[in-house]
Design a binder for this molecule. Structure first.
Ligand code: SDX
Length: 435
C-alpha cells in the first residue's frame, strides 16, 4: 500500500495482484491516521485480516486518547494525572459523558441526580438470594446488571435521548450499590443501603464495610484514595470490554444488557481480572528474594507463566495510571499501617524487570493492575472484589462509549467477517453408511 504523495495524504492505494485500489485516509486531532477500507470487499472481493485488532480502528471517538509510546492518557483532552490529582470521580464521569468539565452549578446538579438513583429496586434484593454464597462477585455483577433491564422499563428505549440519559445516570449511580451488595452477600453480611449525605466513594466504602452493630466512620484518606482509583479506571479507549459494549450496543440492545456484556469481558485475567491475578502472583512470589525465579519463568517461552499486571497492547511505555496508583498504594499502606511485604515484592519485581533486556525489548511495563491489587487489599477488599471495583469505575467510560456510539446517526450493527478454513461443501452421509 502507498499513502499517496504529500505529508498529509488524503488517500492510500492498495495494490492487489495487478489491480490498484484507492481508499480515503481520515486524519484525527491526535494519533495515527486511518485508511478507510469500508469499500475494500466491494472493490476487490477481499477482507482485511486482523484477529486481535492490533492495527484496526473500530470507530471514531472523541472521548479518550491514549499515546502508548509516550505513556499518555487523556479524558476529553485532560491528562489523567491532572484529573486524578485535582478532580473527583463524578466530575470525571460528567466529563466523559458530556465532553467538558462541569461548572460548579453543573457539578452540583450532576451529583444530586446521581445520588437520586443510588438505590436498586427492592425486589432485586431477592435476586441476590439466588446465588450461592461462594459465587464470585463478578458473576453476581453480570447477573444483577443484566437484570436491571427487567426492573427499569422506563429507561430502555434507546431511541429516546431522555431515556438514554436516565439509564446512564442509573448505571453510574447504582454500580456502587450493586457491587457492595455483591460483596456483602458473598461475605454473609447484611446489605447496607446507600447514605446520600456521603460522597460517591465514601458511600461505597460504607456500603462495603459498615456493619449494623457499630457506627462506621469513613476514613477520609481511604475515601479520597477510592475516588482517585475510580478516576484511573474510568476509561481507556477501545479496550476489549469497551469494544464489547459498543458491539452489543450496535444491535440496539438496552444499555443495562450492554454494560453486563462489558462486565463479563472485563472479568478475564488478560484484562480487568489481572488485578486479582497480580495480587495472587505477588503473594505466590512471597518475598523480594524470590523475584529472579519468577522473572526467569516469565521469560521462558515454554512456561505459560506471565507477569500479571505487566504488559499492555497499547502502552509500550509506563502506564501513566500505574504511576499514580503506585503513589496511592504508598498513601493507603501508610494510612492503614497494612503490611507492605507485597509492595516490596512488587517494587523489586518492577526494578528487576525494567532493567531486563527481555522486558525492555518487548516494551513491557507495569500497567494499571500491577499496584491496584495491593492497594485494594490494604483497603480491606478481598481479591475477588478487585475486578468488581474496576467494573464499577469503568461503567462511566462504558456508558460514555455506548452513548457516543448510539447517538451517531451513521451507526450500524457491527458484523465482522472471517477467513474460512473449514470443510468445503460435501454431501450428507446416512449414519448407516458412516465409518
Ligand atoms: C488491562 O485494553 C486496555 O486498555 C486494557 C486496560 C483498560 O484500562 O481497559 O488497560 C486494562 O486489561 C491492562 C492489562 C492487564 N493484563 C495483564 O496484566 C495480564 C498480563 N499481560 C499480558 O497478558 C499481555 O501483556 C496483554 C494481554 C496485556 C497484552 O497482550 P498483547 O498486546 O496481545 O501482547 P502479546 O501477548 O502478543 O505479548 C507480546 C510479547 C509476547 O512475546 P512473544 O510471543 O512476542 O515472544 O510480550 C510477551 C508475550 O509472551 N508478554 C509477556 C507479558 N505480556 C506480554 N511476557 C511476560 N509477562 C507478561 N506480562
Amino acid at each position: 500500500m502507498n499513502a499517496d504523495s504529500g505529508t498529509n495524504p488524503k488517500t492510500g492505494t492498495l495494490t492487489i495482484g495487478n489491480e490498484h485500489h484507492s481508499f480515503p485516509i481520515h486524519h484525527g486531532t491526535s494519533g495515527p491516521d486511518v485508511l478507510d477500507i469500508g469499500k475494500l470487499y466491494g472493490k476487490a472481493g477481499i477482507f482485511t485480516y486482523d484477529p486481535g485488532f492490533t492495527s484496526t480502528a473500530s470507530c471514531e471517538s472523541k472521548i479518550t486518547y491514549v499515546d502508548g509510546d509516550e505513556g499518555v492518557l487523556l479524558y476529553r483532552g485532560y491528562p489523567i494525572e491532572h484529573l486524578a490529582e485535582r478532580g473527583d470521580f463524578l466530575e470525571t464521569s460528567y466529563l466523559l459523558l458530556y465532553g467538558d468539565l462541569p461548572t460548579a452549578a453543573e457539578k452540583k446538579d450532576f451529583d444530586f441526580r446521581i445520588t437520586r438513583h443510588t438505590m436498586i429496586h427492592e425486589q432485586m434484593v431477592r435476586f441476590y438470594q439466588g446465588f450461592r454464597r461462594d459465587a464470585h462477585p463478578m458473576a453476581v455483577m453480570v447477573g444483577c446488571v443484566g437484570a436491571l433491564s427487567a426492573f427499569y422499563h422506563d429507561s430502555i428505549d434507546i431511541s429516546d435521548p431522555h431515556q438514554r440519559m436516565v439509564a446512564s445516570m442509573r448505571m453510574i449511580a447504582k454500580m456502587p450499590t450493586i457491587a457492595a451488595m455483591a460483596y456483602k452477600y458473598t461475605s454473609g453480611q447484611p446489605f447496607v443501603y446507600p447514605k446520600n449525605d456521603l460522597g460517591y466513594s465514601a458511600n461505597f466504602l460504607r456500603m462495603c464495610f459498615a456493619v449494623p452493630f457499630e457506627e462506621y466512620q469513613v476514613d477520609p484518606v481511604l475515601a479520597r484514595a477510592m475516588d482517585r482509583i475510580f478516576i484511573l479506571h474510568a476509561d481507556n479507549e477501545q479496550g476489549a470490554s469497551s469494544s464489547t459494549v459498543r458491539l452489543a450496543g450496535s444491535s440496539g440492545a438496552n444499555p443495562f444488557a450492554c454494560i453486563a456484556a462489558g462486565i463479563a469481558c472485563l472479568w478475564g485475567p488478560a484484562h480487568g481480572g489481572a488485578n486479582e491475578a497480580a495480587l495472587q502472583m505477588l503473594s505466590g512470589i512471597g518475598t523480594p528474594e524470590r523475584v529472579p525465579d519468577f522473572i526467569r519463568r516469565a521469560k521462558d517461552p515454554d512456561d505459560s507463566f506471565r507477569l500479571m499486571g505487566f504488559g499492555h497492547r497499547v502502552y509500550k511505555n509506563y502506564d501513566p495510571r500505574a504511576r499514580v496508583m503506585r503513589d496511592i498504594c504508598h498513601e493507603v499502606l501508610a494510612d492503614t499501617g497494612a503490611d507492605d511485604t507485597l509492595l516490596q515484592v512488587a517494587m523489586e519485581l518492577e526494578r528487576v524487570a525494567l532493567h531486563d533486556e527481555y522486558f525492555i525489548e518487548k516494551k513491557l511495563y507495569p500497567n494499571l493492575d500491577f499496584y491496584s491489587g495491593i492497594t485494594l487489599n490494604a483497603m480491606g477488599f478481598p481479591p475477588s472484589m478487585f475486578t468488581a471495583v474496576f467494573a464499577l469505575a469503568r461503567t462511566a467510560g462504558w456508558i460514555a462509549q455506548w452513548m457516543e456510539m448510539i447517538s451517531d446517526p451513521s451507526q450500524k450493527i457491527g458484523r465482522p467477517r472471517q477467513l474460512y478454513t473449514g470443510s468445503t461443501r460435501r454431501d450428507y452421509v446416512d449414519i448407516k453408511r458412516r465409518g
